[in-house]
Ligand binder design. Structure first.
Ligand SMILES: Cc1ncc(COP(=O)(O)O)c(C=O)c1O
Length: 435
């Protein structure tokens, strides 16, 4: 019995990849290895493992067998070569990009990003002397013009949170490759079930596994997947973290020690998770693995429910724009047909129809009247959730940044859950009567 044949389909891979029941107890599920550290049989073994000359577990900040199952399973589902599991989606975004930027690097990023990613790039990264240029993700010339000699990565979400703007991944990947840098895609909202960025030329994927991968709103986690497509060795001088022999790794380079397949994720884990500390707890890794087992089933239902809710909202007189690609007038509808043939994700936004009354007061009345749908700063939960980005997730963004992300005071984000679609719609209907 193997973990999952290389030719296995999505549903088989999400259940089996990365784990073969075996010693010591033949548990059919991957065990929660709730151990901070691992015993060495001799000092020689400890020395070899610390020098990364011998593979094996040392300390759970660096690696853990439950994390490893999640890493292998998600790498397979994304079509990648290796993955690094970390404590949160925020950590995945931060560490993947830090590992690329090195000292004094520059990143070109879409303006349409999760607010926490904007804060990271625009505030914390600048504190570290790293630079960012934000561009409208549909402005291909903007991506091209933003490139500098110090650029080390392009970054965007495949389907942007909250207005479900679908990225032209192939076009942006092409420009990134012309500039000699990898395209990093945050695939949190789409999930690999709806869209595999590798199929369109992306190089690295990051996830907030907190969302659809876990799927039940119980556990934070994040994953960086190296898709194995970017040839770092074409310009090794750009990536000293991979190519310069380092005292930390016994005076060899990570590229030499771990090869093309593992060098980048080893840099993420052994340097950045090791030094900065955002390790994924084994228990959270276990819950995220459980979530993965039903990803296709859950996401299929999220997609169906979202389509029904979007159609209801679109027809409602108190609702203005509905930013869901299933809506006929949606600017990204044609692109969704190329990138999302199984359907569009269940995270999207809508605006109340214009009125003479104060928009915020109306939004507040509608949100406070909801009974089944919860007001929560999260997405991808099994439950239906709404949020008001301008006062919640994006509250500290400037008016210009909000406008660039397509968010106004009247924008309500919804993450459609797994309840009966009729019940979600009935709740929205009675709440919208207050608009
Ligand atoms: C698209 C996206 N990326 C990253 C994150 C950050 O993930 P986490 O909350 O797991 O740190 C979020 C969180 O909402 C998100 O929506």
């Amino acid at each position: 019995m193997t973990q999952a044949e290389p030719t296995a389909g999505f549903a088989t891979t999400q259940l089996h990849a990365g784990y073969v029941p075996g010693t010591p107890e033949f548990t059919v599920l991957p065990p929660v290895y709730q151990s901070s550290a691992y015993a060495f049989s001799s000092l020689t073994e400890a020395r070899e493992k610390f020098a990364l000359r011998e593979k094996g577990y040392i300390y759970s900040r660096n690696n853990n067998p439950t994390q490893a199952v999640l890493e292998q399973r998600l790498a397979r589902l994304e079509g990648g070569v290796a993955a690094a599991a970390v404590a949160s989606g925020q950590a995945a975004v931060a560490l993947a990009t830090l590992a690329l930027l090195g000292r004094g690097g520059h990143i070109v990023a879409a303006s349409q990003l999760y607010g926490g990613t904007v804060d990271l790039f625009d505030d914390t990264f600048r504190d570290f002397g790293l630079d960012v240029t934000f561009v409208d993700q549909d402005d291909l010339d903007g991506w091209r013009r933003a490139v500098r000699p110090s650029t080390r990565a392009f970054f965007a979400e495949s389907v942007a949170n909250p207005i479900a703007q679908v990225l032209d991944i192939s076009a942006v990947a092409h420009i990134a490759h012309e500039a000699g840098v990898p395209l990093v895609i945050d695939n949190t909202v789409a999930t690999p079930f709806l869209l595999r960025p590798r199929d369109f030329g992306a190089d690295i994927v990051v996830h907030s596994a907190t969302k659809f991968i876990g799927g039940h709103g119980s556990s934070l986690g994040g994953v960086v997947v190296d898709l194995g497509t970017f040839d770092f060795s074409a310009e090794p001088e750009k990536w000293p973290g991979l190519f310069v022999p380092h005292w930390r790794y016994g005076d060899v380079s990570l590229w030499e020690a771990f090869g093309r397949e593992r060098a980048f994720t080893t840099l993420v884990k052994s340097k950045f998770v090791g030094d900065l500390g955002p390790a994924l707890s084994p228990f959270n890794a276990f819950q995220l693995i459980q979530g993965l087992e039903t990803l296709d089933l859950r996401v299929s239902r999220h997609v169906e429910n979202a389509k029904a809710v979007a159609a209801f909202l679109d027809a409602h007189p108190s609702v203005g724009v509905v930013f869901h690609p299933s809506i006929e007038t949606n600017p990204w509808r044609a692109r969704a047909e190329t990138y999302l043939p199984k359907g569009s994700p269940s995270v999207f936004a809508f605006e109340l129809a214009p009125s003479d009354e104060d928009t915020f007061d109306r939004v507040e009345r509608v949100i406070d009247a909801l009974r089944t749908i919860r007001l929560v700063a999260n997405i991808g939960d099994a439950r239906t959730i709404v949020a008001h980005p301008a006062s919640m997730t994006h509250n500290h963004m400037t008016p210009d940044q909000l406008a660039a992300a397509g968010i106004s005071q009247g924008t309500i984000r919804i993450s459609v859950g797994l309840e009966e679609a009729a019940d979600i719609i009935a709740d929205l209907d009675q709440a919208l009567a207050r608009a």
